[in-house]
Structure formats: C-alpha cells, structure tokens
Write a protein that binds this ligand. Sequence first.
Ligand SMILES: C[S@@+](CC[C@H](N)C(=O)[O-])C[C@H]1O[C@@H](n2cnc3c(N)ncnc32)[C@H](O)[C@@H]1O
Length: 329
Amino acid sequence: MSSAGSLSSASCSAVACSEPNCDELLQRYLNIYWLRPENAFWTVLRSLAWRRVAMTPPMVDLSCGDGVFSFVHAGGAFGLSFDLFQAVGNLEQVTRDNADMFDHAAAAGYQPKVTRRPEWTIDVGTDLKASALSKASALNFYGRLVRHDNNEPLPFSDDEFQSVYCNSAKWVRNIEPFLSEVARIVRPGGAIVFHVKLDTIARYTLSPFRRQLGERVLELLDRGRLATWPSLASRAEWERRFQAAGLEIVEATPLATRTHAHIWDIGLRPIAPLLARMVGELTPETRLAIKRDWIALFSELLKPVCRLDFDLFADQREPAEMQYVLRPR
Ligand SMILES: C[S@@+](CC[C@H](N)C(=O)[O-])C[C@H]1O[C@@H](n2cnc3c(N)ncnc32)[C@H](O)[C@@H]1O
C-alpha cells in the first residue's frame, strides 16, 4: 500500500488540473449546487483527487445519483439557467422530517442546458432512486442506467468492468458483501476509485458544544445526515474491509481535512429548502441575475478552501474523507 506522499503534493498546482483549472471547476460546481456552496467545494475536492487516476472503459459509476457530479468531472459544463434546485420537492418536509428535497421526479421539462460535452462518457450508472436515474438519463452521458440497491449482489458478471467509481459506500448497510461484489466485477489490473467519508466527520462538528447550543440546534445542523450512513468507519476499519473483500490498496489520498468538515458541517444546509422556495418565486431574469452574483461571491470566498490540504488547525488530525485507489487481488 502506498500513501499519497506529503499533503502539499495534493495542492491544485501539483494536480493535473489545468483544463479546466481549479477556479473554472469551482464555478462549474457552484453553478449546479449554488444554494449549497459547501457541496460545491466538496465536489471540487473529489474531482481534483479523482483526476489523478486514469479511468479506462468499460466503467461503472455505482450510486451515480443524478450523474451531474461525474458529468462535470469528465469535463462537462452547464449554462447558468440550469441547476439542481429546479427539480426539487418535499420542501416543507425537509426541516420537519429530514426529507430529501432532491428525491423528486424530474419534471417533463427537466432539460440540463449543456454548454460543453464531457471529454469521456461512462458505460454504466446505477442508483437506488428512480428519480435520480431519470435525471441522469437526461444527460446522455451514461451508456446504460440500472436501478439497483447496493445491499444486494451487483447485477453484473465477473470481470465485466475495467474501472469503478463510487462515492456512496457509506450508505450501504451490507458493506462487506458489497465490497466483495465490487472486487468480483472488476478485471485483474482494473482500477476502483472509492471516496469514503471517515467517522471523524461525526466529530468534526459543533457537537462538543451540545451543552451551550442545545440538542435542537445540533439536530437542525445535522438534518439526519449521520443516521443515513450506516457504514461510516475509521480509516483503519475501511482498510480492513478492503483487504477482507480481496481489494488491494494501491493508493490512499486524504481528500478533505478537519477544516473542510467543519465548514461543511454548518454551510447552508439548514436554510437550503427555504432558499429553494424563495428562488422558486423569482422571475427567471431575477433568478439568473442573483445567481450570477452569488456564484461570483462564493467563487472568491471558497477559492482558498479548494485545496486538498487546506487546514486552519495547527495540529494535524485524521482526514474527513479519503480517496482509495484499489484493485482486485
Ligand atoms: C450523495 S448522493 C451521491 C450521488 C452521486 N454519486 C454524486 O456524487 O452526485 C448518494 C447516492 O447514493 C444513492 N444510494 C443510497 N443508498 C443506496 C443503496 N443502498 N444502493 C444504491 N444507491 C444508494 C442515493 O440514491 C444517492 O443518489
């Protein structure tokens, strides 16, 4: 197993990210996630780490969701008139019941306005949610989309793929059988890229201030996140699981720091459904004008944060998310 050297080697300048450059990447992700800017910077970090790894077809994106993250990672871009807050629902239930506002059927008019096609495509995308897959199909980016629950055996034959990407393993209850299934569907010499959150993410929050803030404030900030991730684990435990599943660790790269996690912990998550309702009431012209200024502002605010090694704490702690490059043993 090799670890990704010194953290400074993970900075933007050291990563082959000249096209598009980091600023451009941040703007592309802000364009689609604008009302959740903390998700925009986190996806930039994932994309910067992922672009170190060559992905060879045939490739599967497990839990691809609406596909927009991978589409932009592959070099795609959307116009200002498109973002993910146009196809949201359950807005009144988000705060009360922790509903997922993105689990909402794409309206007939869901038409991602593509201004740049990706440089490569993905053969197969899978996801649990039909609503996400119907949005992904509108991208014409996946050769095939398959509805699948990762708690069940993967619906693919042995050695079917040369590469796999997955950033959603923490949602899987039956994690060890799932990892063995991933090992089964990848050819010898293939590449598997996993982005996994570590259990540190539960500690890099305001929870030490529970007494001062009260339970309700912490609940509103968490909005049910941690409860939906049954497989969250320490770095050592993820690495034990990979080994047990027959996956060799080729490279382990810290992808997000404690500081990233603290910024992400607060973000705009609690008010996002209200923001979505508010922008839903605007005329298209006003929405576009505000969105343009919003992206310009957050591009400046988040630019320094978009480095894999960005950390304001003096003492180094365990990262909040890791990129693992794996191959079947
Ligand atoms: C945070 S989203 C990430 C989606 C996409 N990979 C991205 O980066 O935008 C997590 C995804 O995992 C999917 N998911 C959750 N549980 C799952 C399961 N048991 N099997 C398959 N997909 C699941 C959800 O539907 C959702 O699309």
